[in-house]
Design a protein around this ligand. Structure first.
Ligand SMILES: [Mg+2]
Length: 233
């Protein structure tokens, strides 16, 4: 049986930075859909999930979040982010394009995203930095508020692409916050943490990441950590 690797990437802070466009899209969609003027300064976005954020906002407003309101808000959120993205600056973190190209070219590897974004906004963000073509599969926050549940959904989708009876021999989650480390642990996966988001390398180490790097710039070093040593010709 071939050795197979599932490599799951967080988006915000790990692959890219959208410089607050995600938060602005939330603020604008809240006003458009519910007529709430709320700067949501009480919300911490990094490492959070969109559904968890929306639940917290509803709790703050003493309102009941129904399935219909959730759907309506998430549809509006994607519209607002798409409009903001047109004029927004984004940063693709160093080395991620090269790393993803190397992983995509390796037939032992299945790539996925594990993100607190809903699927539509995750796709907008990945498209903005030119990385969307690497991620056919993933786990998103449309139906999950807990990042561990999002990670489980992503892995299940990757597993569904394998030939019957086969499984991954290694699963890695690459993220920038202790929440990614916790999700990897809940999944029984390894975690490579990168200090390109807000948490420091020391905080990521303390959270229990298997490996911590300042960024993903050194493709060879990352592949070595993942156990993807070049195969003999
Ligand atoms: Mg992140």
């Amino acid at each position: 049986m071939p050795t197979r690797f599932a490599i799951l990437f967080d988006i915000d802070g790990t692959l890219m930075d959208f410089h607050g466009a995600g938060r602005r899209s939330f603020v604008q969609a809240l006003e458009k859909v519910f007529d709430w003027r709320d700067d949501i300064a009480y919300i911490q976005f990094h490492g959070n999930t969109d559904l968890n954020v929306l639940r917290k906002i509803f709790a703050r407003h003493g309102a009941e979040l129904t399935a219909a309101k959730q759907r309506e808000f998430f549809a509006a959120l994607a519209v607002e982010l798409e409009q903001l993205a047109a004029g927004a600056a984004s940063t693709r973190h160093p080395g991620v394009a090269e790393l993803l190209a190397a992983l995509a070219a390796d037939d032992r590897v299945a790539l996925g995203v594990v993100t607190g974004n809903i699927e539509s906004t995750a796709r907008i963000k990945l498209r903005h930095v030119g990385l969307h073509h690497h991620f056919a599969h993933g786990g998103y926050s449309d139906d999950h508020a807990d990042r561990a549940d999002i990670a489980r959904a992503a892995l299940a989708r990757l597993r569904a692409t394998l030939p019957q009876g086969e499984d991954f021999s290694a699963v890695w989650l690459i993220g920038d916050t202790p929440f990614d480390v916790a999700a990897a642990q809940a999944l029984g996966a390894h975690c490579l943490a990168v200090a390109t988001g807000r948490p420091t390398a020391a905080e990521l180490q303390a959270a229990g990441a298997d490996a911590v790097l300042p960024n993903l710039a050194d493709t060879v070093a990352v592949l070595k950590i993942l156990g993807l040593t070049p195969r003999a010709a």
